[in-house]
Design a protein around this ligand. Structure first.
Ligand code: PEP
Ligand code: MN
Length: 378
C-alpha cells in the first residue's frame, strides 16, 4: 500500500508525523518514507510493508495530510504500475523530461577514445538538434586485456565538450560505486556543463550493491539495462532496488537476450516487450539496438538491421534509443563494427521519426477503437 501525501508536505512536517503516528498504532506495518523532489513540487509517499490487508483505506484517506492511498497489486512496489495508480512515472533531469510518452535518442560513442572523436560526435549531435548522448568511460570487457575505458581521466574534457555543444544528458556506464563519486567530482570541478545518467550495464543488472549505491544518490538518474540472461521479472526487481533506495529517476532499457537463437544478431532482440514493461511499471522504457544487433549488416531494402530493430522498438512505444555511432569506426577502441557513421545520423533520426509518427497514429487508432467499442479495457 502507498500513502501519498498532499504536495509539499515534507517528511519532517507535523502533518506527516501525524500519519506516521497513526501507522505506528497498526501492528505488523513498517512504513518507509520516500520524498520525490520535482521542479514544481515536493511529494512525500509512505510505502507500507507488512500485512496491509487489515488497514482501512478510507480511514487513512481521512487523515488531513493524506491525498490518496494506492493498493499495491504487483510485486514492484515503487516502480510498478498498480491499479488506480495515478502517480506520475516520469522525471525531469537537467531540463530534459523523461516519461512513458517522450522519446529521446542517445546516439554516441560506445567508448570514449580521443578528444577529437568525442568533439566530432558532439558537433554532429548539435547540428542535428540533439541534447543527449552516450559516452562510455568505464567499459566492462569480457577479456581482461581489452581496453577498459579511460575512466575518470577523460571525464573533465568529455563534460566540457558536451557543455560546448549543448548536450544536457550523457548516458555513462558505471561498473563500481567509486565511479559514481568520480562522476560527481568531475561534474563539480567542471561546473556542471552537462548532466549524466548513470548506466548500469547488463552484466551488472544484479550487482545489488552497485544498484543500492546508484539508488541511494538522487542527483543523477539511472539507465538500467535488462540482464541478458535473466527473466524480465528479475530485471524489474533490479529496478526496484534503485527505487527502494530512494532514486525513482530510472529508465529501463531492453538490449537483447543472450541466446544462439538470435544468431546472426549478437543478441536476440526483445523489443516486443516495450509495451509489457510500460504496462507493468511506470518507468520510461529504452531500447539499445546496437548491442542487440551487433553489426552493420543491412537488408536488401538498404536499411541497416540496427535501424530495423530501432524502428521495431519505437513503433512499439520506446521512450529512449541508445545507439552507437563513431566518426571513424575502424579506429574505435570498442564495438567499432556495430557503430553507425556520422553521415548516417540524419538518416537514422529521420527513420526514428517515421517510426515514432507511426506509433502516435497507432495510439490514436487504439483510442478511437476503444471509444467506439464503448467500453474500457479490462
Ligand atoms: C553499452 O551500452 O556500452 C553496453 C556495454 O551495453 P550492455 O550492458 O547492454 O552490454
Ligand atoms: Mn559496446
Amino acid at each position: 500500500m502507498i500513502v501519498i501525501l498532499h504536495p509539499d508536505t515534507p517528511a519532517e512536517s507535523s502533518e506527516c508525523r501525524e500519519v506516521l503516528e497513526y501507522l505506528a498504532g497498526k501492528p505488523g506495518i513498517v512504513p518507509k518514507v520516500h520524498e520525490i523532489v520535482g521542479t514544481q513540487q515536493r511529494l512525500t509517499e509512505i510505502y507500507l510493508i507488512g500485512n496491509t490487508a487489515s488497514l482501512d483505506r478510507a480511514e487513512i484517506e481521512s487523515i488531513p495530510a493524506v491525498d490518496r492511498v494506492v493498493r499495491i497489486s504487483r510485486e514492484y512496489r515503487v516502480v510498478g504500475r498498480h491499479s488506480d495508480d495515478t502517480r506520475a512515472g516520469g522525471f525531469t533531469y537537467n531540463g530534459v523530461h523523461f516519461d512513458q510518452d517522450t522519446l529521446h535518442v542517445f546516439a554516441g560513442l560506445c567508448a570514449v577514445d580521443t578528444p577529437r572523436h568525442v568533439e566530432l560526435m558532439m558537433q554532429a549531435l548539435h547540428e542535428h538538434g540533439q541534447v543527449c548522448t552516450r559516452m562510455g568511460a568505464y567499459k566492462p570487457r569480457t577479456n581482461p586485456y581489452s581496453f577498459q575505458g579511460h575512466g575518470e581521466d577523460c571525464l573533465p574534457w568529455v563534460f566540457e565538450l558536451a557543455g560546448q555543444y549543448g548536450i544536457k544528458v550523457i548516458a555513462m556506464e558505471v561498473t563500481h560505486d567509486s565511479h559514481i563519486d568520480e562522476i560527481y567530482d568531475a561534474l563539480d570541478k567542471t561546473g556542471h556543463p552537462t548532466g549524466v545518467m548513470l548506466q548500469i550495464g547488463t552484466r551488472n543488472t544484479q550487482n545489488f550493491e552497485l544498484l543500492k549505491a546508484a539508488g541511494r544518490q538522487r542527483a543523477l538518474p539511472v539507465l538500467l539495462k535488462r540482464g541478458f540472461g535473466i527473466t524480465l521479472d528479475e530485471s524489474l526487481n533490479a529496478a526496484e532496488y534503485l527505487a527502494s533506495e530512494g532514486n525513482r529517476q530510472v529508465v529501463f532499457c531492453l538490449r537483447g537476450m543472450k541466446s544462439q537463437m538470435g544468431d546472426p544478431h549478437r543478441n536476440f532482440v526483445d523489443f516486443a516487450q516495450v509495451p509489457v514493461v510500460k504496462r507493468l511499471t511506470l518507468m520510461p522504457v529504452g531500447i539499445d539496438p546496437s548491442h542487440s544487433v551487433g553489426s552493420r549488416d543491412h537488408g536488401p531494402d538498404g536499411l541497416l538491421d540496427v535501424m530495423h530493430a530501432t524502428a521495431q522498438g519505437v513503433i512499439a512505444g520506446a521512450n529512449l534509443v541508445l545507439v552507437d555511432f563513431h566518426p571513424e569506426p575502424s579506429k574505435a577502441l570498442v564495438d567499432g563494427p556495430q557503430a553507425l557513421h556520422l553521415d548516417e545520423l540524419g538518416f537514422f533520426l529521420e527513420d526514428v521519426a517515421i517510426a515514432h509518427r507511426a506509433y502516435e497514429e497507432r495510439r490514436a487508432l487504439a483510442a478511437t477503437a476503444v471509444a467506439n467499442a464503448g467500453v474500457g479495457r479490462a
